[in-house]
Design a protein around this ligand. Structure first.
Ligand code: ATP
Length: 459
């Protein structure tokens, strides 16, 4: 059975994910993606980009900067409102998100009460009334709730006197809104059209955790789809389906996914409808993808703060209007954790041993083909084959250790196929191709490998 501990250990041992800054004792909640992890991450981003930008007739791409004019965050509401309710335990000095603490307490008791939308005073009241203990020490000595802004602040400028405070973006979406006008003109687009972007976001989360599920630095893949208000419901449903289909087509187990619409109380101030796609992680259901109808809130706010015209023209009536925005927003690392958890499998073999295998969809697999010489004497021939395959698929040449151990390692990083060069290869021009999932082996002429793999890795 998959557990978080197993995923963390496998990730570390196999070069998928390492704890950050380890050489200096670490930096809490930062993670580095190793040789296998970076391939997986790139595959996820590439597959998203193809599906949500390139393959969509009405969507174009953007790469906007992380640092934005500070006024953007006032217009967007992040300076005033992007904050979490923070509570400190006076006894053990631990700090928690008050809402999460109450939700966890209710969940343990099977209490289905909703707390979304409650004020800080109301949350504090519940903690006292229910006598909720500190998750750290079990005590009952809490501070009042304080608001904590999640944006990382830094300074731009050379000297202290003229340094301007600026923020690291907490979402990539705002960069898209700022470019609505320029993209619309340059790409000759009128709504409905969308803009997709992949990039880093930063949130000074109070309670990060669950491995890479919630971190302070992460990457988002966001699509802002602009449309007339009366088409918003249609596009909301369209994008919800696209997101779910994307996951199912990449092989995520249907029973581990659910679409959860937000209740009225839970909705953000700018949204009239939001649904989360949730996945059943080893620690329980967690949001991976949020799809929101953000109404005309964003463009309206930027229009009023900037004084610039962000309206669109109805091509039939020639009337000006402010477009609505449908936003599917997903974190790269959260998807990665989901794919990792979903792919993890342990198989009992006939010889009594257990095989760990990541059953990634072939298009997600970080290493597509392992190239293995049966003996070190055959390394030169294997390298020749590797050089043929490597420009087409991410392949890896491995001549270290017994063949069985090498197969196991490739199983553990989810490599769909291993090609073994043996002593007969030189005579008959054939190699053995082993399938990760079935462990079946077929002998194929090298000349047929290209068409064999083209079929297996067809998008
Ligand atoms: P949560 O409540 O889980 O913190 P959120 O509702 O604040 O998430 P959104 O603002 O809707 O998240 O962000 C969209 C997506 O970005 C999320 O569905 C998630 O995949 C990802 N994401 C958000 N915050 C983080 C984070 N701190 N670490 C990793 N991924 C994140």
């Amino acid at each position: 059975m998959v557990t978080m501990d197993k995923l963390v250990a496998l990730s570390r041992n196999r070069g998928i994910i390492f704890a950050g800054s380890e050489l200096y004792g670490g930096l809490a909640n930062t993670w580095d993606y190793g040789p296998i992890g970076v391939e997986l991450k790139n595959n996820i981003k590439h597959l998203w980009w193809v599906r949500f930008v390139q393959a969509q007739p009405l969507v174009v791409g953007l790469d906007s900067s992380i640092l934005l004019n500070p006024q953007v965050w006032e217009a967007s509401g992040h300076v005033g409102g992007f904050s979490d309710p923070l509570i400190d335990c006076r006894q053990c000095k631990n700090r928690f998100r008050a809402d999460n603490m109450i939700e966890d307490f209710f969940a343990q008791k099977g209490d289905a009460r909703e707390i979304a939308g409650l004020s800080d005073d109301e949350l504090r009241g519940i903690i006292d009334e229910e006598n909720i203990p500190c998750p750290g020490c079990g005590g009952h000595n809490f501070t009042p709730i304080r608001k904590f802004n999640l944006m990382f602040q830094t300074y731009q400028g050379v000297t202290d006197e003229n340094a301007t405070p600026i923020y690291l973006r907490p979402e990539t979406a705002q960069g898209i809104f700022l470019n609505f006008r320029t993209i619309s003109r340059a790409a000759r687009l009128t709504p409905p059209f969308g803009v997709g972007q992949i990039g880093k976001s930063f949130r000074n989360e109070i309670t990060p955790g669950n491995f890479i599920f919630r971190t302070r630095e992460f990457e988002q893949m966001e699509l802002e789809f602009f449309c007339p208000g009366e088409e918003a419901d249609h596009w909301y449903d369209y994008w919800r389906k696209e997101c779910m289909d994307f996951l199912l087509e990449l092989g995520v187990k249907n029973e581990s996914l659910r679409m959860r619409p937000h209740s009225q109380e839970e909705l953000s101030h700018y949204s009239v409808a939001t649904s989360d796609i949730e996945y059943l992680f080893p620690f329980g259901w967690g949001e991976v993808w949020g799809i929101a109808n953000r109404t005309d809130y964003d463009l309206k706010a930027h229009m009023s703060f900037s004084g610039k015209d962000l309206t669109a023209m109805d091509p039939v009536t020639n009337e000006k209007y402010i477009p609505y925005v449908i936003e599917p927003s997903v974190g790269v690392e959260r998807l990665l954790l989901m794919f990792l958890a979903d792919a993890y499998d342990e198989e009992d073999l006939e010889d009594g041993s257990t095989r760990v295998v990541l059953r990634f969809h072939p298009l997600l697999a970080p290493v597509k083909i392992g190239v293995l010489p049966l003996s070190k004497k055959l390394t030169a021939q294997a390298e020749e084959l590797f050089r043929k395959l490597a420009p087409l698929y991410n392949a890896e040449l491995d001549d270290r250790g017994s063949i069985g151990k090498r197969y196991r390692r490739f199983d553990e990083i989810g490599t769909p196929y291993c090609v073994t060069v043996d002593f007969q290869t030189e005579e008959d021009g054939c190699v053995t191709v082993r399938d990760r999932d079935t462990m079946e082996q077929v002998r194929l002429p090298i000349s047929e490998l290209e068409s064999f793999f083209a079929e297996k890795f067809r998008p």
